[in-house]
Each structure stands twice: as C-alpha cells, then as structure tokens.
Design a protein around this ligand. Structure first.
Ligand SMILES: [Zn+2]
Length: 313
C-alpha cells in the first residue's frame, strides 16, 4: 500500500474530541466530496463519495456525532475501472437534523459550495481539523525515502485558494500550482511536511517520516566523508606518480650517486611504495620521520631534478 494511503487511513481514524473541530472537519469533507440531490423517492439527500471504507466511516461518524444524522454506506463499482470500488455515504436531510446541518454549514438544496466557511474555522484547532479533512479527501504524500513531496489536489479554484490561505494562517509554507486541469497545493521542504503532519495529527506517519529523515541525513554525512576520502586518495596517488617520475629522471641522468646520501633512502622507498602516503613513507624510515619531514626531503629531491633540468637546457 502507498504511503499516501497509509497517511490518509491514519487520518481517517482520527476523530477530534471537540465539537467545533468535528464540525470544521465535516465541513471540509463535504466541501471536497459531497453533493446534494434528490433520491428516487424524491427525498433531499447528501451524497458523500469516498475512495475507501475508512474515509467513508469518518464521514458517517462525523455526521452522527455532530448532527445526530443517520446515514447508509453504499459500495459502488466505478464503471470505467472495473476493479475499483467507491464508497458513498447517503444521508437523508428531510428531517430536523438535516435542516440543522444545512443551516449550520450554510449548505443549500442548490448544491454544495466549494469554498471555506471561515466562520466555522475561526479557531486554530478548527483550521487544523479542516486541513485534515481536506487531506483525507485529496491528499498525497511521497514516501520519505524518495523525494520530499506533499500535495492536495483540487478541481475548484476557489476551494484551492481558500485552503492555501488556511495553510498560510497555520504557518505552513505551501504553494499553489496548476497541473493539467487541476490545481494543487504542494510542499517540498521536509521540515514543512513534518509540520503539516504534526498539525493534522498524523502521529505514525510523522514518526516514520522523522526516522527516515534522520537515516537519510546520516547517510549523506557518510557519503560526504567517503567522497572527501576518495578525493584525498586521488591527490596522494597523483602526487606519488609525479614524485616517482621525478626520481626516475634523476636516476636516469645522474644515477644514485648524484643523490645526497640522506635523500637516497626516501627516494628508493618512494619508488618501492608508490601507493603510500608521505606519512606512511615516513614510518618506513629508520628512525621514522614525520609527514612534514618526508615532504621536506621530497622538496629537496624536486630541487635537484629542477637543477638538472636547468643545466641541460
Ligand atoms: Zn476546534
């Protein structure tokens, strides 16, 4: 199952304690997913369509908790995609509870407005619940192992810009963009995605996200270190190749006797151990020499090579 589904299902099971928040979340779910119409018997009915049972159960529970409305859940087959089912919560509104819902959420028989009812989400707790409802309806999030990406898809521009305002009021740095015929709000920064998950109370997802984020940053650190070591090794080899060439050219032109006695041993060691660092060469000497001591002798050998070059010109 996708990480998106995991997060949506986790959030579908979160039912806020406070009535104000329950109301806010219900209004989000309805604004995103519901339609109003008349059923075959001519009864005014609310149809809320969801993709899975957990989401449908949430709508069912919130309608019951907030307005005492009873609903029925129907499983429908999508015609175009044979395998996929959708879950439709049907709620009759021809009753006092239904009228209360229509009045309180400012819905009408004419249809559901795809916009935010700001009066219903004045408090921050309610804004967060609203955002959770929106994400349960149409949110996607990448597994933290991949690229950091969270998005919410809208097919209505008013709803999209309203929800964007909510994210900004909650301090989330979200952006709005267009893809094909849809609008989407997205977040790319891992910090902000973590904040989002915390605000909507996706605790399991938050934990998993943080764990992977820590592992990833450790792995980056190790990679950086390995890259650094590789670069140093390349430098050592490059320098060694140069030194071996230089010593060979001295030997070819003036022989071992041309090299002062105290430099002979290091010259021979370098020829025998082309892969060693200067520090390692120093340890092979008796008595051992420090890295800078070896470097100093190597520089002297270079000077000898230079002098020979100049005298040959
Ligand atoms: Zn609230």
């Amino acid at each position: 199952m996708s990480f998106s589904n995991d997060v949506r299902n986790e959030l579908a099971r979160v039912i806020p304690d406070k009535k104000c928040c329950q109301m806010a979340e219900l209004s989000a779910l309805l604004a995103m997913r519901a339609d109003i119409g008349f059923n075959r018997d001519g009864e005014l009915t609310l149809y809320t369509t969801m993709e899975n049972a957990a989401q449908a159960r949430k709508v069912y529970t919130l309608l019951k908790e907030t307005f005492g409305l009873a609903s029925t859940v129907h499983i429908l087959q999508k015609k175009r995609f044979k395998k996929s089912r959708i879950y439709q919560v049907q709620t009759h509104l021809d009753n006092p509870e239904g009228s209360a819902l229509l009045g309180k959420l400012e819905l009408s028989e004419a249809g559901i407005k795809r916009q935010v009812n700001w009066k219903a989400i004045r408090k921050n707790c309610c804004k967060r619940s609203f955002l959770r409802g929106v994400f349960v309806s149409s949110g996607f999030i990448n597994r933290p192992e991949g690229n950091y990406h969270l998005e919410i898809v809208f097919n209505d521009s008013r709803m999209a810009s309203d929800v964007l305002r909510i994210t900004h009021k909650l301090g989330l740095d979200a952006r709005l963009t267009e893809r094909k015929n849809n609008l989407l709000i997205y977040i790319k920064e891992s910090e902000t995605i973590v904040d989002f998950l915390r605000l909507v109370e996706a605790s399991n997802a938050l934990l998993e996200f943080e764990n992977v984020r820590i592992i990833k940053s450790m792995r980056n650190q190790v990679n950086r270190q390995v890259n650094c070591e590789t670069a140093n090794l390349a430098k050592t080899v490059e320098a060694s190749v140069r030194q071996v060439e230089m010593i060979k050219s001295i030997l070819a032109r003036i022989g071992i006797k041309g090299i002062p006695p105290h430099l002979r041993e290091i010259a021979m060691l370098r020829m025998d151990h082309p892969d060693s660092t200067l520090r390692e060469l120093g340890l092979l000497l008796d008595p051992p020499l420090t890295k800078s001591g070896v470097a100093y002798r190597m520089a002297k050998l270079e000077r000898i090579a230079d002098t020979i070059d100049q005298s040959m010109e």
